[in-house]
Design a protein around this ligand. Structure first.
Ligand code: HEM
Length: 364
């Protein structure tokens, strides 16, 4: 039927294709011989993760379609937030799912671990694709690993299908979510000025310098306070505050030029009370929440692995726990994390000009 209502009696098993789904837990040999209870548990847990990864990818791709446009309609922001927040919840759930894995005792794992050969979660192409889609740079990866090259090698050996490789290549060739977000942030109206406006460069300069001055003033107050209460030497405190200020300047003016994307981000985070900026800020917060939940998921995996196999080498050939711990240092949305260091309390900031532009009625 045109509205999708089935023409025959639909059953639960038919709709979910349970016969096929539930016939896939027998391990690489099928059910001959059947896997032990512990090994079946191991397989089910992995498959459940991969199913969630599938949904995560779908949600992120939907968000990507919306964000990766020249003009992102304001009314689409809640939809993007919805996709990202669902991913965050899935990662939270997955962090707890390691607990189920931990019911496998180390000795019981060793009983079938050799059967895994060199297979490893390292080869989870869905995990790799979602990292690429988010925008994790190869330079950040341990050993500078290139996931696309790895996928091409697996495809050439017939270990992944051509269609998996094509999807991966498509994702790799597009701007990542991080890039799309940065392009969108660069279009933020700052103090009422839009990209391309005649005085935009000037307005931008005034905003950035005004913020840096507010940081400096606040820093001076912190120094006076610490010295006045005898909590530290002025020279030591001053050098720390000045280093932070220099970092803020380098962040906002990489290579001496103002980054409009970072200035836009700072503007949204600073003047979050402006109605027009509330969904943009919520979107930024959703990206941060997502990355945070992913990092906690990585950390929980590492702790589970430490409990299971100690410090031995992984089946994929890595150093094991040390490698996994290093992946918890990855940051995709580097700017979103970095801007937090620059924030100044609202009443110490210059007032926003053209507040009416952002949805406030002008007060007499
Ligand atoms: C007994 C259970 C498990 C152990 C001992 C374990 C161990 C490891 C180790 C040592 C690595 C590092 C790569 C290597 O040398 O193999 C790794 C990577 C990985 N594992 Fe697990 N794992 C387990 C369960 C799982 C499960 C259930 C999943 C869910 C899909 C999973 C997903 C991953 C992923 C995605 C990576 C790649 C991480 C990265 O490179 O960023 N692991 N695992």
């Amino acid at each position: 039927m045109a509205d999708g209502t089935p023409t025959h009696r639909m059953t639960y098993g038919g709709y979910l294709r349970l016969n096929e789904l539930l016939s896939l837990q027998g391990g690489p040999e099928g059910y001959n011989p059947p896997p032990s209870n512990d090994e079946q548990h191991f397989i089910v847990v992995h498959q459940a993760f991969e199913l969630w990864f599938k949904l995560i990818l779908r949600e992120l791709k939907e968000a990507h379609i919306l964000l990766n446009q020249e003009n992102v309609p304001e009314e689409k922001l809640p939809q993007m937030v919805h996709h990202l927040d669902r991913v965050t919840e899935i990662f939270r759930l997955l962090s707890n799912q390691w607990k189920v894995m931990e019911t496998l005792a180390p000795q019981d794992f060793l009983a079938f671990r050799d059967k895994l050969g060199t297979s490893s979660g390292f080869e989870s192409w869905q995990m790799r694709e979602l990292e690429v889609l988010l925008g994790l740079e190869n330079e950040q990866r341990m050993g500078g690993m290139d996931p696309l090259e790895h996928m091409r090698k697996l495809a050439s050996e017939g270990k992944v299908t051509q269609s998996v490789l094509s999807d991966f290549e498509r994702t790799s060739s597009q701007p990542s979510l991080r890039n799309a977000l940065s392009a969108w942030l660069a279009r933020t109206p700052i103090n009422g000025s839009l990209v391309g406006d005649e005085n935009d460069a000037e307005v931008l300069e005034t905003f950035v310098n005004g913020h840096l001055d507010a940081m400096k003033n606040h820093g001076e107050k912190v120094i006076s306070h610490i010295v006045a209460i005898g909590h530290g030497e002025e020279s030591a405190v001053r050098s720390r505050i000045e280093a932070a200020h220099q970092q803020a300047e380098d962040f906002l003016k990489p290579n001496g030029q103002i980054s409009r994307s970072r200035a836009g981000l700072l503007f949204i985070e600073s003047y979050r009370e402006l109605p027009l900026l509330s969904w943009p800020r919520k979107l930024i917060d959703s990206f941060v929440g997502l990355e945070q939940s992913m990092l906690l998921f990585r950390t929980a995996h590492a702790r589970m692995v430490e409990r299971m196999i100690g410090r031995r080498m992984g089946t994929g050939g890595s150093s094991g726990v040390d490698y996994l711990d290093a992946t918890t240092k990855y940051r995709v949305f580097v700017d979103l994390w970095a801007v937090r260091t620059l924030l100044v309390k609202r009443d110490a900031l210059p007032d926003v000009s053209d507040a009416a532009f952002y949805g406030y009625a002008v007060q007499d």
